[in-house]
Write a protein that binds this ligand. Structure first.
Ligand SMILES: [Ca+2]
Length: 243
């Protein structure tokens, strides 16, 4: 289940996870580890002993004036005889709010149901931060997740648990890919109609009257040449007659 489902399930109710000593703070942490983190529930003498363990799906963050726990962190106190443990709801560097059982210690010992408490950092050694998703992503659908991840569906595992532990870190798709839009028909080729080129008929050359060639008047040189030829012929003729 998600952290919100767990808060809704146990908030305001007494949790006796181990069946001994009533509603202890450790019972609440054990319930959270089992139902939300789905990790192995460790055996501890006191709540402060959590800090010496390695919890499944979690890493440790030491308390420091510059940091604070966040929603879902398991906060550990190593003060007093047995320490204390609670599940963070929200926090800042000055105070934080958590869901607790058996707090404050010594009042209504082991008979008071869980309740939301505000704390300062007195006695807090640090917190375990789950390295997994604790809530459904927006728009969650188990059917969609299985459709988008057929290997998860084939394995038959719970889709919510798979998403929380693996899917979100592997950036798995939450929904199947939308169907691919059909490819539109190719654009038809542009048909250019043939252009009729008008045939220019050549004119009938026989019908065209020849252009008159202009007669150039003889040049002076031509006149002299003609005169010389004429005189030469006159001498030739004269010579023939005397013979
Ligand atoms: Ca108990």
């Amino acid at each position: 289940m998600t952290i919100q489902e767990w808060f809704d399930k146990v908030g305001g109710y007494g949790v006796d996870w181990d069946g001994y000593y009533g509603f202890q703070c450790v019972d609440l942490a054990d319930s959270y580890i089992q139902l939300v983190l789905q990790g192995n529930v460790p055996w501890v003498v006191g709540a402060k002993d959590f800090w010496n363990l390695d919890l499944d799906w979690c890493y440790k963050i030491g308390n420091d004036p510059s940091n604070c726990p966040q929603r879902g962190d398991i906060v550990i106190w190593n003060a007093w005889t047995y320490g204390h443990v609670a599940i963070c709801v929200t926090g800042n560097v000055n105070t934080f709010v958590s869901l607790d059982q058996n707090w404050p210690q010594g009042l209504a010992y082991n008979t008071e149901p869980s309740k939301v408490c505000e704390h300062d950092y007195n006695g807090v050694v640090g917190w375990f931060r789950p390295n997994m998703a604790l809530d459904y992503p927006s728009g969650w659908s188990s059917a969609d997740y299985l459709a988008a991840n057929p290997d998860v569906a084939q394995a038959g595992v719970d889709p919510v648990s798979h998403w929380m532990h693996y899917g979100f870190r592997e950036n798995r798709p939450l929904h199947p890919a939308p169907p691919v839009a059909p490819i539109p028909d190719p654009i038809p080729p542009i048909v250019i109609p043939p252009v009729e080129i008008p045939v220019v008929e050549e004119p009938d050359l026989e019908e065209v009257p020849p252009k008159p060639v202009p007669i150039e008047p003889p040049t002076e040189l031509q006149k002299i040449q003609a005169l010389i030829v004429h005189i030469f012929e006159w001498f030739i003729n004269l010579f023939r007659k005397e013979k």
